[in-house]
Design a protein around this ligand. Structure first.
Ligand code: TXA
Ligand code: MG
Length: 322
């Protein structure tokens, strides 16, 4: 399956495929999603089969407008409307109590449902043309690195989708921030581009960071977003020592460098990632994929800063490394 260029005809065709219960991969601002009609249990089941994902892991339902929240959520707290107003369309997923007729296939058997309006123009055009909610996890095999380009989807899931809409590279590059508003105690289940401080500034209340154990989210598993190659995360000084030792032992290694000193290391497979957290997020998954293709013995990743702006990066790096 080669990616399809985006124009009004291909959007219309993709919406028609979705209405027929088929899978369509589409770009969002975060990562590419593997979309299916969220109201069609048979179509949703195809997502789990294509990804090799356990069926008790819930999916995010993507919407075109705030009014559609009422189609999926039982009650809509003011907090949800405030966050939607501040951050939608955008990289924020809001977990609410599901409506009784929201089928359990899309919620992984849970009484809550994850909702988001994405900020990518192609995603919005597709959602508008389709008219309903689109269930869409990241368009990768379960446990692997999320795709940030249409070619990544084609490589990994090309045989199982009816269409891949090519919207170019994703601008955000890491998955949405997930906030749980299902029980009056807001908590962040997954850090993303929208930070805890930004959410606190809007809600004017404390937001916990500890994931609620009653809600299972694949992104909360220890190993997730992982390359096939063994990857290690370490500070610059340790990393520079390891490069010398591994190269002396004839090992073929790849490096994701952050600081200028590590970027100068004598290594053939070195990618120097950007110095701001936003640009780093955008570049990270493509860089990991590039190194992962090279059949290396090991990938060494230099530890970037650990403050709040870097929360999403550090979350993904800790899950990608041993
Ligand atoms: O940026 C994103 O969120 C991307 C794009 C495509 O929108 N999607 C994405 O989907 O990352 P996925 O399935 O790879 O990860 C969605 C996360 C999972 O960890 C899932 O368990 C969690 O959202 N989630 C969805 N509904 C949930 C619910 N009701 N309760 C708890 N977690 C939920
Ligand atoms: Mg995913």
């Amino acid at each position: 399956m080669t990616p399809t260029p985006v124009n009004p005809q291909t959007i219309h065709h993709a919406a028609e495929l979705l209405r027929q219960g088929q899978l369509v991969a589409f770009p969002t601002e975060t990562v590419y999603g593997l979309g299916a009609d969220a109201a069609n249990p048979t179509a949703v089941a195809k997502i789990f089969a294509a990804k090799g994902r356990p069926t008790d892991h819930p999916l995010i339902v993507h919407l075109a407008s705030v009014e559609q929240i009422a189609d999926w959520a039982e009650t809509i707290p003011d907090t949800a409307l405030c966050l939607a107003k501040a951050f939608w369309p955008g990289p924020l997923t809001i977990i609410l109590n599901k409506k009784s007729d929201t089928h359990l296939g899309v919620t992984g058997g849970q009484n809550t449902v994850g909702l988001r309006i994405p900020a990518n123009p192609v995603a919005l055009q597709l959602l508008q043309a389709f008219g309903g909610g689109l269930a869409a996890p990241s368009a990768n095999r379960f446990g692997r690195i999320s795709p940030t380009q249409a070619s990544h989807v084609a490589e990994e899931l090309g045989d199982s989708v009816a269409c891949i809409l090519d919207g170019g590279p994703c601008t955000v590059g890491v998955e949405s921030t997930i906030i749980d508003l299902s029980d009056g105690h807001p908590s962040i289940l997954r850090p993303g581009r929208i930070t805890r401080s930004q959410l606190k500034a809007v809600l004017k209340t404390e937001i916990s960071l500890s994931p609620q154990t009653k809600i299972r989210a694949p992104g909360m598993m220890a190993v997730h977003y992982a390359p096939n190659t063994m990857a290690l995360l370490c500070p610059a000084d340790t990393l520079l020592t390891m490069i010398d030792e591994l190269c002396a032992n004839g090992k073929n290694i790849g490096i994701l460098a952050f600081s200028p000193s590590v970027a100068l290391a004598p290594c053939k497979h070195l990618i120097h990632l950007p110095e701001t957290s936003e640009h780093y997020e955008t570049a990270l998954y493509s860089a990991m994929r590039e190194l992962d293709k090279l059949q290396l013995d090991m990938i060494l990743i230099e530890q970037p800063p650990e403050n709040e702006a870097w929360a999403a990066v550090n979350d993904r790096l800790s899950k990608a490394t041993v």
